[in-house]
Design a protein around this ligand. Structure first.
Ligand SMILES: Cc1cc2nc3c(=O)[nH]c(=O)nc-3n(C[C@H](O)[C@H](O)[C@H](O)COP(=O)(O)O)c2cc1C
Length: 209
């Protein structure tokens, strides 16, 4: 690992090329990653922490960036859900290696409304719906038990729609800081931080790499 040296060759990124709103800027970078067919262009590392500050992280999929924040879906009674309930402060990182780009976000989570979660749940493939319905996410469990639960549920449903589990749904991360990192040669990377300007907008500052 010590001998791996990546040279980042991305062209320069200047403040005047950035959107005034960091959510618009984030959407633009995600859209470019999707358009370029990068693998898992919407995967992000989500860090949560217990009330006393013990952190944990995992990958989740970003499903929407709306006017207020970044939305992902999960089980509310998972480990991350429990930590968010005790401490809504989170951080996420998105990284696109071929573009030498990273976005980091810190903010606070809130549950999105159940109807929006139900609409999204209904759009998922049936297999994903079934596994979400039977999986007590983050609890110890044998695979055979999961499969048995799916078989039982399929029999109960008899071809009917899979109802969204009560403890499943979306979270919105409302950012209080977003950083955009753009790899440049010789480690002279471009970094910009958005912070609230106190008047409902954002101010942008360049940071040392
Ligand atoms: C590429 C990838 C995408 C994932 N997307 C999600 C997701 O959108 N929601 C989710 O709950 N778990 C997702 N997972 C699984 C999580 O990383 C994690 O194992 C799970 O949410 C339980 O986390 P927790 O026990 O920390 O709560 C994904 C894993 C990978 C590798």
């Amino acid at each position: 690992m010590r001998n791996i040296r990546e040279e980042y060759g991305a062209p320069s990124l200047n403040a005047d090329e950035l959107a005034a709103n960091p959510l618009d800027q984030a959407r633009a970078w995600v859209d470019e990653a999707i358009a370029a067919d990068l693998p898992l262009p919407n995967a992000m590392t989500l860090a949560t922490a217990t009330a006393d500050g013990r952190p944990s992280s995992r990958t989740v999929l970003l499903k929407e960036i709306d006017d207020y924040g970044l939305i992902f879906f999960t089980h509310y009674d998972s480990r991350k859900g429990g930590e968010i309930a005790a401490n809504p402060a989170v951080a996420v990182t998105l990284f696109w290696q071929p573009f030498s780009r990273q976005i980091t976000v810190t903010g606070h989570t809130e549950r999105i409304d159940a109807q929006t979660s139900r609409d999204y749940f209904a759009s998922r493939p049936r297999g994903s719906q079934l596994s979400a319905a039977v999986s007590p996410q983050s609890e110890p469990m044998e695979r055979s038990e999961l499969i048995e639960r799916i078989v039982r549920l399929e029999a109960e449903l008899d071809g009917g729609d899979v109802p969204m589990p009560e403890q499943w749904g979306g979270y919105r991360i409302r950012p209080d800081e977003i950083q955009f990192w753009h790899g440049r040669p010789d480690r002279l990377h471009d970094r910009f931080r958005y912070l609230p300007d106190g008047e409902g907008g954002w101010r942008i500052e360049r940071l040392a790499p």
